[in-house]
Design a protein around this ligand. Structure first.
Ligand code: GCU
Length: 605
């Protein structure tokens, strides 16, 4: 019995020669080798490549990539003669058989790699939905839970010059205790959904850094640099060549240096998204990054960007690939989606309901679009389950770790439409304080719900509001709640002297499906709904932003209505084929008006 448990532990436990380490910041600025492209795959609904027939983890699973050595050898799988799938990419839209598939698929990639001396090697995943077990050359490297955040492992001691095989077991089965939990309104796209690459570094390298303006300051850069390796005490130089800035600091015995210096920099804002090349130089390594500098605060019900009140003209976006469907992952996808948001007149996007790929935030940085980034604490999470909390917390940590140097990211959101309870409140309060401990510079929010004080008064008094900087609220007056004209009679109240972003509102319409304004699913109904919505929103004195639900139609397993939805949520202002619906122009018109009133038009929206 002891031996079986030991074997099981060995099969689960990462090899001593591999290690999960904190996220390596800014993979763009480093020596990387892409592992994207075709990966050999095995679809394994019964996980027989992982468990033996006694449902115990086998130490001779598919991660061994075994080949028969003699004609009598019994090997019942073979990656190299199996189907392949494209990485990055979800599996659901790559094969009709896998469209509804939820379960395990094994991925294998072979590669050669001559590692130079005095270097280290890491394997980096942009994301894998949902649970990934990673192996190199038959040895466990590590595992990761959460489908929308990056992770990396050190494989320096495991890699060999030729014949390496990287095997990843990806399992997107939904679980009650997971984050998200069983029920969501988006497609559970599975697989290695974002880029996979090798990162080569020197033995002591610049592992991570935060370089942003100090909270509330417009001329003091504050942050830190963290080295990893054996030569931790080093001189660090921060250069911003274009601004003629060169500052040196010294790391301590843990390789950590706090940085703090005055700087006269052009500030980042939507009309002029100024990015500076910033060089982080150590004696043994150097990383370059494109960073914008801007300050963010709230004052009463105002949101201040660089000290000036601003209105967030936004739109929600799901990470659905434009025009082709499936999980979006590329720079082109990001440019298309953000390009449509710009066309709408947006200076802000709510990336729902999980961290999107890094191209989205880097393109938003470049295009001058502010970002609300959220972790998938969505609907009815298991609030009392410590493992669920740890999972949510690690996704929050990874989201902030990846995007903390992006000027475009202005709001971290910890939840969407979560039911009131004490357990929920303490869960979310703990997440909020964790986020503030990692990043004191950005605003915290969550998409909350409202309730009727009386037939015509909406009240925002969710106790969570106490702990947020910006109130987010989802409402579907005119779709799930009455007909569009109902909005005309509603007044909004809030318990808090804080800015409100109406983080969701809208209704479904099938593109090119026409009828009178009260006929559901028609463009005219959606257009009418938006007209009544905007009239209501304009009357809310503490409203400082809007992000209608949603930029484009997106796939959802909860939307089967034949001929109308066909497993698409049709609340997009743009169809799944990129066609603009009538309501798009209603929203565009209002955003044009707001924009013309000039940046400090926050109050009289
Ligand atoms: C909810 C939810 C979204 C969902 C939307 C809808 O508010 O936050 O994820 O897709 O409503 O019902 O269309």
């Amino acid at each position: 019995m002891k031996t079986i448990i030991l074997l099981a532990l060995l099969a689960f436990a990462p090899s001593m020669r591999a290690q999960q380490i904190d996220l390596i910041a800014n993979t763009d600025g480093r020596k990387t080798i892409s592992l994207d492209g075709k990966w050999q795959t095995i679809v394994d609904p019964y996980e027989s490549g992982f468990y033996n027939y006694r449902y115990q983890p086998s130490d001779n699973g598919y991660f061994k990539n075994a080949k028969p050595k003699t004609k009598s050898d019994l090997i019942e799988y073979d990656f190299d003669s199996s189907e392949s799938l494209q990485v990055p990419g979800d599996w659901n839209t790559q094969s009709d058989q896998l469209f509804f598939y939820e379960g395990t698929i094994w991925y294998k990639k072979s590669f050669d790699y001559q590692r130079r001396s005095n270097t280290r090697l890491f394997v980096y995943f942009g994301a894998a939905n949902y649970f990934a077990d990673v192996y190199l050359n038959g040895e466990k490297v590590g595992q990761h839970e959460g489908g929308f955040t990056p992770f990396n492992f050190e494989i320096t001691k495991l890699v060999r010059d030729t014949g390496n095989f990287l095997v990843v077991k990806v399992d997107n089965k939904r679980r009650r205790d997971a984050v998200p939990t069983l029920m969501t309104d988006w497609w559970n796209y599975g697989g290695l959904t974002r880029e996979v690459k090798l990162i080569e570094t020197s033995t002591t390298f610049v592992h991570d850094y935060l370089i942003q303006l100090a909270k509330g300051s417009r001329n003091r850069v504050s942050g830190w640099v963290k080295l990893s390796g054996d030569k931790l005490k080093q001189r660090i130089t921060i250069r911003i060549p274009e601004a003629g800035i060169t500052k040196t600091f010294a790391t301590d015995g843990n390789g950590f240096a706090a940085i703090d210096f005055n700087a006269d920099l052009k500030l980042w804002f939507p009309e002029n998204p100024k990015l500076y090349e910033v060089v982080v130089e150590a004696e043994t390594d150097q990383v370059r990054d494109q960073i914008g500098f801007r300050s963010l605060e709230t004052k009463g019900t105002d949101i201040l960007l660089n000290g000036r009140p601003i209105f967030l003209r936004g739109i929600c976006i799901h990470e659905e690939a434009p025009l082709r469907g499936g999980r979006a992952y590329s720079r082109e996808d990001a440019r298309t989606l953000l390009g449509w948001a710009k066309e709408l007149g947006a200076n802000f996007v709510r990336l729902a309901h999980y961290p999107h790929n890094e191209f989205m935030v880097r393109e938003a940085d470049r295009m001058g679009i502010m970002v609300w980034s959220e972790i998938p604490v969505y609907w009815t999470i298991q609030w009392e389950n410590p493992a669920t909390f740890e999972n949510a917390r690690s996704q929050l940590t990874e989201m902030i770790a990846r995007d903390k140097n992006r000027a475009a990211v202005v709001i971290w959101s910890v939840a969407n439409e979560t039911p009131l309870s004490d357990a929920r409140l303490s869960f979310l309060k703990n997440l909020i304080s964790h986020a503030r401990s990692l990043d004191a510079t950005r605003l915290l929010s969550a998409a909350m719900e409202r309730h009727y004080l009386d037939a015509t008064t909406q009240m925002i008094d969710d106790p969570l509001g106490e702990y947020l900087d910006v109130l987010g609220c989802n409402e579907y007056v005119g779709w799930y709640d009455g007909l569009p004209e109902k909005a005309d009679r509603l007044e909004w109240k809030s318990k808090y002297q804080k800015p409100l972003v109406m983080s969701e509102f809208g209704g479904d319409a099938l593109y090119n499906h026409h009828g009178d304004p009260l006929t559901r699913w028609t463009e005219e109904y959606q257009e009418n709904l938006y007209r009544h919505q905007l009239a209501m929103l304009k009357k809310i004195p503490f409203l400082r932003g809007t992000s209608p639900w949603i930029l484009t139609d997106f796939r959802s397993p909860r939307r089967p209505l034949p001929g109308i939805q066909d497993y698409w949520n049709r609340k997009g202002l743009i169809s799944d084929r990129g066609e603009k619906k009538k309501a798009f122009y209603v929203m565009q018109e209002w955003y044009r008006e707001l924009h013309e009133k000039g940046p400090d038009n926050a109050k009289d929206h």
